[in-house]
Design a protein around this ligand. Structure first.
Ligand code: ATP
Ligand code: MG
Length: 553
């Protein structure tokens, strides 16, 4: 008897499984994650992955990764590899990595068996004719004129289909169920089609391929899956799933259970649509940090744990809904807040001269790497006469409640000193080019020497100890909440033109060394950033992962 080894928040799927185990329908739990390798995984898949793997885990069972590769013309090994990488990154280990195509012999034998049972027939209608005679939700379909072919004729034709004697689309194999069924999926669905295409796993062995609805239950059965978890759009396919298993007398047939898809606002959770973004060069690739793909989110700096937290938070339900992107961001922020080392970077630098600080002198100040985690130690930042502060931390004429730099005002430079702005320089266009300040040597460490208070604390970097970096700021990729809703125009026309802003001249404190892609930091007051894969020895590129506070409200 399977035993619960890990306590997780229970859900309706677990309730089904508990009941199955109690009633002895199964004596173990086995699940699978069955992606079609026709694109990169997106955040919606993260939900399915977490559900499939954690359900198996909870019952001490196993979860396989199975590529549902029954549509070779749209599939590619590039996608197979990326899917594996994404699942491993999320932190899950599959028991076996399998392919529906490994079961093609078995699935083929099942088709032959159905023909012999008088439950499948070769149909010569075209795809259009099949669609036309299928009926509608309110009208029954019509029987195909080929429905009464003899078993022998069907076996002969199916064999000739398999041998490549007919062109694509000439004939199909259909299950013989009920053209009047209220469930359209039961109206003699196509189960095999001719496609003269090479397959990324089986090469040119086959020119007939099973349809998804036929391959799926049989792959589940061949593999010993007990609980086949999938999204709600397959609910209407369940009678067909069960029909195949019943007609083929599969022992201990798997049970399909459906849950709601994850929809996230401002995001596309569809491989096909994401492929269009890539193909039309609206984004730089599948892993563009603005994409709702797992590879995009990883590159953007979203921690895998944050994605798992997010899936846990939204829970498993049977009702479709749209989740607010802000919830995902808050999970990202929570994880980064906990783990990311702190540093200072000035995104839009304005030069500052500390006029009373000796030329050529520098000093090192120790500050904590993480205020909540003394075990992460201290880092050294350099203070010197020439500094940079953020351009918008100065106003020539301050607005009300502006506590940052303006002539006559004193602020704290984080961890360093109190400084007072005395003067500034402008170029011929009236753009401020340099601030002149004085510092109070008694305020080292940013401590008030005499109890006097300042209201502003600014980040800064030393011009003598910093490096230039490119910083990429991201905003939502779409201007509309539901980019899939075509009534608002095609999603390609709703792209936010400001979704990527590149800052070429940012400066980062010099102490950040040996940076590797994926390293995350909190840049004080500016958000969480991670080193991008575009970084070179000459130039570091940072992505802003998320701002410090939600901008989604
Ligand atoms: P897409 O439309 O993006 O191609 P799909 O459902 O066709 O999605 P599959 O590769 O067939 O993609 O999906 C693998 C598994 O992931 C399936 O079990 C599917 O139900 C699940 N899945 C796909 N999208 C979502 C989503 N948005 N939320 C939850 N699960 C999903
Ligand atoms: Mg699909």
């Amino acid at each position: 008897m399977a035993e619960i080894i890990e306590e997780r928040r229970s859900n309706f799927i677990h309730d089904f499984i508990d009941k199955d185990l109690e009633e002895g329908v199964y004596d173990r739990v086995q699940t699978r994650f069955p992606p079609e390798p026709n694109g990169y995984l997106h955040i919606g898949h993260a939900k399915a992955i977490c559900i499939d793997f954690t359900t198996a885990e909870k019952y001490g069972g196993t979860c396989n990764l199975r590529f549902d590769d029954t549509n070779p013309s749209k599939e590619d090994v590039e996608y197979v590899d990326s899917i594996k990488e994404d699942i491993e990154w999320l932190g899950f280990k599959w028991d076996k990595c399998l392919y529906a195509s490994s079961y093609f012999d078995f699935i083929y034998d099942c088709a032959v068996k159905l023909i012999k049972l008088g439950k499948a027939y070769v149909c010569d209608l075209s795809a259009d004719e099949i669609r036309r005679t299928r009926g509608t939700l309110t009208q029954p379909g019509e029987n195909s004129p080929y429905r009464q072919r003899s078993v022998d004729e069907n076996l002969g034709l199916f064999e000739r289909m398999t041998k490549g004697e007919f062109p694509d689309g000439a004939r199909v194999l259909r299950a013989k169920i009920d053209m009047t069924s209220p469930n359209m999926n039961m109206r003699d669905p196509v189960i095999y089609r001719i496609a003269h295409v090479s397959h990324h796993q089986t090469g040119d062995k086959w020119c007939v391929y099973p349809m998804y609805d036929f391959a799926h239950p049989l792959s589940d059965a061949a593999e010993g899956v007990t609980h086949s978890l999938c999204t709600l759009e397959f609910e209407d396919h369940r009678p067909l799933y069960d029909w195949f298993l019943r007609e083929l007398s599969i022992e201990t047939p798997p049970r399909q259970i459906e849950f709601a898809r994850l929809n996230l606002n401002y995001c596309l959770t569809s491989k096909r649509k994401n492929l269009a973004l890539v193909d039309n060069k609206i984004v730089s690739g599948w892993n563009d940090p603005r994409m709702a793909t797992l590879s995009g989110m990883r590159r953007r700096g979203y921690p895998a744990e944050a994605l798992r937290d997010f899936v846990e938070k939204i829970g498993v339900s049977k009702a479709n809904s749209v989740v607010d992107y802000g919830l995902l961001e808050s999970c990202v922020r929570d994880r980064l807040n906990e783990n990311a080392p702190r540093a200072m970077a000035v995104l839009d630098p304005l030069k500052v001269v500390i006029d009373n600080y000796p030329e050529g002198q520098t000093e090192e100040i120790e500050v904590e790497v993480h205020p909540g985690k003394p075990e992460m130690g201290k880092r050294k930042v350099t203070f010197s006469r020439n500094l940079f502060v953020e351009r918008d931390d100065f106003m020539e004429v301050p607005v009300k409640k502006y506590f940052r730099l303006f002539p006559g005002n004193e602020v704290r430079l984080k961890g360093a000193y109190f400084v007072t702005c005395n003067d500034f320089e402008k170029d011929e266009n009236g753009v401020v080019t340099c601030l002149h300040c004085t510092y109070d040597p008694e305020s080292r460490g940013g401590e008030s020497p005499d109890g006097r208070k300042v209201k502003g604390t600014l980040h800064w970097v030393s011009a003598d100890d910093c490096f230039k970096a490119e910083i990429r700021l991201y905003d939502r990729l779409f201007n509309v909440e539901n980019p899939s809703d075509e009534s608002q125009g095609s999603f390609e026309n709703n792209v936010n033109p400001d979704s990527l802003v590149v800052l070429e001249n940012s400066v980062v404190e010099g102490g950040l060394k040996n940076l590797k892609p994926g390293d995350s930091f909190q840049f004080m007051r500016k958000g969480y950033f991670c080193v991008d894969t575009d970084s070179t020895d000459e130039k570091v590129v940072f992505n802003r992962t998320v701002e410090l506070n939600s901008s989604w409200k």
